[in-house]
Structure formats: C-alpha cells, structure tokens
Design a protein around this ligand. Structure first.
Ligand code: HAM
Length: 410
C-alpha cells in the first residue's frame, strides 16, 4: 500500500482536539494583542526564499522542496513549498502595499511548512508553524511586544517556565566588522573546518558559529578564537537598542538569558534574535525562534520598513502541553428508529449541542456501549418514548436515568 511520506504525519482523532485547542488559544491571544490573521500561499517563487532566507543557509541549500511546473509553453519558473513564512508575509506586505496603512501592521499565521530534513523527534519534513510578524516600528518596544505575544501564548497553553535566549546581531555595519574579525581569526583553520563551514566562510561567516560539527566546535573552543567570537562587537546604537529591550523585558517581568552564540539559521536578521527553549525537548529544544529583520522588506523590493517576528513549531508545542482529555460529546441518541433519532439529533444540534446517533440500526446494547465511550449522556428513544412523546436521558458518568417530557426541558 502507499504510505505517508517520511517526515509527514496524519493528524486525526484525539490529537486533532489538542491542535484545535492550540489554535484557538493562538487566535485568542494574538487577536487580543491586535495581530490580524494572514494566510499566504503554500508555494512561492523559489527566488523569494533564495533572496529572503539567504543562499548560505541550510534551509535554502539543502532543505527546500523546489520544482518546476508547466512545461515549455507555460511559465516553467521554479517554485518552492514554503520552508518558513516570513518571506511570504513580507512578499504579501509589499505586493498589497500594506506599508501605506498606519504602522504598526501586525499579523499572525498558522500553517504547514516544508523542509527536507532528517526526520527525528520534533523534526519533520512537513511541520506547522504559528507565528507573528510586525512591521513599521524600529523601537525596541516592538521587539518586546513580539516577545510578550510569544510568552502570553505559551502561558495560555500552560507553558510558563521555558527559557528565553536573547542576542543582538547588530546592524549591517557592526555585523560586517564582526564578520571580518571572525574570518581573520578562522583563516589559519580554514582547512580544518567542515565542508559546509568552508562554504559559509565565503558566503556568511556568522553562520559558522551555528555549526554542530565536533571538529568545528573544537576550533571555536580555542582561546584566541573564543575571545573573538564572544567579543562585544555591536555598535553604540545597537547596544542602546538591546539595552532598551532588556529594560522592557525586566519591566514586564519576562526572564531571559543572553546567549552570544545565538545567530539563528536564517540570513535576514539584524539586531535582536531570540529563541525559546524547553529542556524537556532534548536536542530539538527550540519551540520558538524569531528576531528583527529591518532589511528584508527593502531587499525584496519594498520601501525600507523595520520588522520583527517569530515562529513556533506546533509539533514541538504539542509534545509539551498536557493533552486535552478526550472531550466527550453532549448526547448520543440511542434508537433503533434511525429517522426519529436523526430528527432529534438535528433539533439538538440546532440548539448548539454536540450530538451523534446510530446510523446502522445496531442493537440497543451496542448503541449504549458506543454512547458510554463517546458521550456524556445517552438519550434513549425506544418505542414507548416515541409513541408517548417523552425522552429517557441517561447520565453516562453516574448511570442515573431520568424521564424528560419535552424538548425544552431536555
Ligand atoms: P526557525 O527557527 O527556522 O525560524 O523556525 C521556527 C520554529 O519552527 C523552530 O523553533 C521550531 O520550533 C519549528 N521548526 C523548524 N523546523 C522544524 C522541523 N523540521 N520540524 C518541526 N518543527 C520545526 C523561522 O522559521 C522564522 N521564519 C521565524 C521568524 C518569524 N523570524 C521572524 N519572524
């Protein structure tokens, strides 16, 4: 038989209830914070990600599902299943001239993303993100507002004690100086770096710091290398921005720690970057990653617009939250007369109740057995009930049964 692709998953049954609950919380929390939902297409021009996410990143180099469609006579340009959604939201922001609305323009989203990674716990090839993007505010208050939105959402799903790691990558100017010093100090070790890092050395040396290869890690641990890596390199303005963010977070009582090695796996960031981690998740510990990307809108063809956002992996959240206990439906109508059962079911559904009934004319005992598994109450519609116009209602938790005379009373 044909099976689901590696790294993909069917979500159904009880699991779907937890998903719906996660989404409902996201909707409540983000809408209260005045983020409006945005739904962008699942595939975009490959070029959007190559330019937006960056061609030195693993995502663009190794993990994209890219293909051409349409053949010769149609537009056969390469398209890609979105590996993330920031580039897509920025594209929409530019395309619909959203910049003309008064800032901040605040969006949230939920949807599937695709990365050709080695599947393992918490890492899939099709996974889902809940994220937010905010445009138009360069002040650190926006970084704080976005982090606050993440924290509020995580709290709403019972995840209050996660670790927030914070760093500032600086602006293009100070970042360039840092990049040069990293290149300088690593030059003598170039041949000992892994092949990926050799490529990163040319294209984006900061990405080297993200490398998990043991040989590379040993080089980073060398005293003279470590000193350069951990140097305070950001300029006064970027420091000021970072300090303001910290003041906001302290004022809001949001705990964080500084991780100077946090560079993130996407190229568009400047200044603030952050990740929210859970020890319970082991090596795939980040449930949330985000930061500021003031250059991206302009780089993709829009007017210069500061921006900041984050995305969370729903599959990683899913394993951390207390699973919703199997939610039971309100009523199961037990009757061998399917038409009467269906008519009553319909009336109760119109009154807003969650109701099901037996469609196969099974024996009473079988129907009651099913009812006790899935429903809070069974409504019994036997011959007496139908002929005399009353309902027998059985509370399936206590076993108590009562006679009910009318639909209103029911
Ligand atoms: P990211 O760090 O690549 O950032 O992904 C964000 C989150 O998505 C991760 O922290 C993780 O929870 C989840 N995630 C990533 N890859 C996988 C996977 N293969 N399987 C399961 N979960 C995964 C971004 O995507 C940026 N667009 C975030 C952002 C928004 N920055 C600014 N705005």
């Amino acid at each position: 038989m044909v099976k689901a692709q590696r790294g993909t998953k069917d979500i159904f049954g009880e699991e779907v209830l937890t998903w719906q609950w996660l989404l409902k919380n996201a909707q409540d929390v983000f809408q209260k914070a005045c983020f409006s939902e945005i739904k962008t297409p699942i595939f975009e021009a490959t070029e959007l990600f190559a330019r937006g996410v960056g061609d030195s990143t693993d995502i663009v180099n190794k993990e994209m599902y890219s293909f051409s469609v349409g053949g010769a006579e149609k537009d056969s340009a390469s398209i890609t299943l979105r590996p993330e959604n920031t580039a897509g939201v920025v594209r929409a922001f530019i395309e619909h001239n959203i910049v003309r609305q008064s800032p901040p323009q605040k969006f949230w989203y939920f949807g599937p993303m695709f990365r050709y990674e080695r599947p393992q716990a918490g890492r899939q090839r099709q996974f889902h993100q809940i994220g937010v993007e905010m445009f138009g505010v360069k002040e650190a208050s926006a970084d704080a507002e976005v982090i606050l939105a993440a924290v509020n959402f995580l709290k709403s799903i019972g995840l209050g004690d996660l670790e927030i790691e914070l760093n500032s990558l600086g602006c293009p100017k100070c970042k360039a100086e840092y990049r040069n010093s990293i290149k300088e100090i690593l030059k003598p070790y170039l041949n000992d770096l892994c092949d990926d890092c050799k490529m990163r050395y040319e294209k984006n040396p900061l990405r080297i710091l993200d490398c998990k290869n043991e040989d590379c890690q040993k080089i980073f641990e060398l005293k003279e290398v470590k000193e350069v890596i951990l140097a305070d390199y950001i300029c006064d303005e970027c420091s000021e921005h970072f300090n303001q963010l910290i003041e906001y977070l302290d004022g809001l009582n949001i705990k964080y720690s500084r991780n100077k090695l946090l560079v993130r796996g996407l190229d568009y960031y400047n200044r603030t970057v952050f990740e929210i981690k859970s020890c319970a998740l082991g090596s795939q510990s980040a449930v949330c990653g985000g930061g500021r990307y003031d250059g991206l809108v302009e780089m993709l063809g829009g007017a210069p617009t500061p921006a900041v956002g984050f995305a969370m992996g729903v599959e990683r959240l899913y394993v951390l939250v207390d699973k919703i206990k199997s939610l039971k439906i309100d009523y199961f109508v037990v009757s061998t007369n399917s038409l009467e059962a269906m008519k009553l079911t319909q009336k109760l559904r119109e009154k807003g109740r969650v109701v099901d009934f037996d469609m196969q004319g099974r024996k009473f005992a079988k129907q009651l057995e099913k009812a006790s598994k899935i429903a809070k109450c069974a409504i019994i519609l036997g011959d007496d009930e139908i002929n005399q116009g009353f309902y027998s209602v059985k509370n399936l938790e206590t076993g108590e049964q009562v006679k009910v005379e009318s639909l209103e009373e029911l």
